[in-house]
Design a protein. Structure first.
Length: 219
């Protein structure tokens, strides 16, 4: 099985405007337009975090036809009053099926997806939920050469560390070991599932997490 790499982190929001405003307030830069996902009835905006890494803000597209199935990333559970939240993370592989087979956790089924000229394979649970409350990563295999991050404006933001807080840290560590993830990901014990992204910006280090979450522990 090939190793996997941190591809992007996903922030879910009740609207793209709410998610973009939240990111701008925290990081000082607003994400740029991404596109639409016709099969899911969603759309996104993106912010580059490196040569092959980005932040995705994703929301239900109010202009799209409902997909007739649960949307991904638990977006159907959001209400207009929901706050934007760093909900999960996505790891890249060159062989998504063998990587999925190696996982000791149910990450969903492999499905084809597209956005504009981009095509990829991705794991999606049938009920649209976030495996292990978002601590288990989504798997992705890009079909095109090059990475989408390379097409984004570089505002000199870099993800330096992703912390995964869990009441069952041993379970998360076992999963990451099985997936052979090569990424600055740290698993910590906590009372509830929570992700905290440490992002270096020209203005200094910023933390992107659930709104109102207490500060994370520094390594």
């Amino acid at each position: 099985m090939p190793p996997t790499f941190l591809d992007h982190i996903t922030l879910t929001a009740p609207s793209l405007e709410a998610g973009s405003d939240f990111v701008r307030d925290v990081l000082g830069v607003a994400p740029q337009d991404g596109g639409e996902h016709p099969r899911m009835g969603t759309h996104n905006r993106l912010l580059r975090l490196g040569e092959s890494m980005f932040l995705e803000v994703i929301a239900i597209n109010p202009s799209a036809v409902a997909p007739g199935r649960p949307r991904w990333f638990a977006l159907d559970t959001l209400t207009p009053q929901s706050v934007p939240t760093l909900s999960t993370w996505v790891v890249r592989t060159t062989d998504i099926r063998s990587t999925l087979t190696a996982s000791p956790e149910d990450l969903g089924k492999v499905e084809p997806m597209s956005r504009g000229a981009l095509d990829w394979l991705i794991t999606i649970p049938e009920d649209g939920s976030l495996p292990l409350a978002g601590l288990a990563p989504t798997l992705i295999e890009w079909s095109a050469a090059g990475h989408p991050a390379a097409r984004l404006t570089d505002h000199h933001l870099r993800l330096t560390k992703l912390e995964l807080f869990s009441p069952q840290p041993e379970r998360i560590e076992r999963l990451l070991l099985a997936l052979e993830i090569e990424a600055p990901v740290l698993v910590r014990r906590g009372p509830a599932a929570r992700l905290v992204a440490h992002i270096a910006t020209p203005q200094g280090l910023r933390l992107l997490s659930s709104p109102g979450a207490p500060g994370s522990t520094s390594a």
